[in-house]
Design a protein around this ligand. Structure first.
Ligand code: NAP
Length: 250
């Protein structure tokens, strides 16, 4: 299977690192000739298309990774085929705006953790060729509707907020005298541990927290401060604001 990437910027670079790490042969990947494409082809041996038409002609699956506002024009008028699958990773651009018929279009939302094959990547609709490509970048998660996809896409923003929380916690601990490298590693692993435990257990999350939060203990003390400062409500408001932006006009 030949995988083409139309739009070789930041996200595509992370995905390409993940494809290499997953063992995909670089000669099975074709890149559109803009952005970082020429440099990446020279370094890793990916194939460089002469233009977007050439890219589409050579690929079985085409990943579209241009900025959202550029997506509809970037795919219009290209020689799409019935046997092709087009995977758009463009946030907030509905399937109805991808004129790729007779090819089939899929939306996906990989994170930059694709680079280390650790991106939980949502996609819709559930098409086998798309899953085969996305599974190389971490666990893929098929969704049942485009509305579900939009709601779940909010997690792409949450991923950045969590990185910001990790940074702030690590910075705070270093101002208290902790070695910055230890603070960074410990905080990052703390978030990984919290997420992994919830992901791997079936127990209700309320119950898990009840067992964790000792009355009068340190976790409860911090939660009291966060609650008094309106953090849970602000977090929900931020999620809603992202969803509104995803569903709103361009
Ligand atoms: N960054 C993330 O972490 C992330 C995460 C999830 C989803 N996404 C989605 O991924 C998409 C790309 O984001 P990004 O941050 O990677 O943007 P980016 O760094 O700006 O990359 C976009 C690339 O597309 C190229 N491009 C634009 N129009 C093109 C065309 N018609 N033909 C060929 N190449 C074209 C641009 O080339 P030039 O440099 O020549 O203009 C640029 O290299 C966005 O839709 C975003 O919603 C990003």
């Amino acid at each position: 299977m030949i995988v083409g990437i139309l739009g070789v910027g930041h996200l595509a670079t992370s995905m390409l690192a993940g494809f290499l790490r997953s063992g995909l042969d670089p000669t099975a990947i074709v890149l559109s000739p803009r952005g970082k494409a020429a440099a990446l082809c020279a370094r890793h041996g990916f194939r460089l298309a002469t233009d977007n038409r050439d890219l589409v002609e050579r690929s079985d699956v085409v990943i579209v990774a241009v900025r959202p506002a550029h997506a509809p024009d970037a795919v219009a008028g290209l020689p799409w085929r019935k046997d092709q699958v087009v995977v758009s990773v463009c946030a907030g651009v509905p399937l109805s705006r991808f004129a790729v018929a007779p090819a089939r279009a899929v939306r996906a939302m990989p994170f930059t953790a694709s680079e280390i094959c650790a991106s939980p990547t949502i996609y819709f609709p559930d098409i086998e060729q798309a899953q085969a490509v996305l599974d190389r970048l971490g666990p893929s998660i098929a969704l049942a509707s485009e509305t579900d996809f939009e709601v779940a896409t909010v997690n792409a923003a949450v991923y950045g907020w969590v990185q910001d929380l990790i940074r702030k916690t690590a910075e705070w601990s270093s101002t208290q005298g902790l070695d910055p490298a230890i603070g960074r590693r410990l905080t990052a692993l703390t978030f990984v541990a919290a997420g992994r435990l919830i992901e791997e257990k079936d127990q209700p999350m309320d119950q898990m927290l009840e067992e964790l939060v000792t009355p009068g203990g340190i976790t409860e003390r911090g939660l009291q401060v966060l609650s008094a400062r309106g953090v849970p409500a602000a977090w929900e408001e931020a999620c809603t604001a992202v969803l509104d932006k995803l569903m709103g006009p361009d």
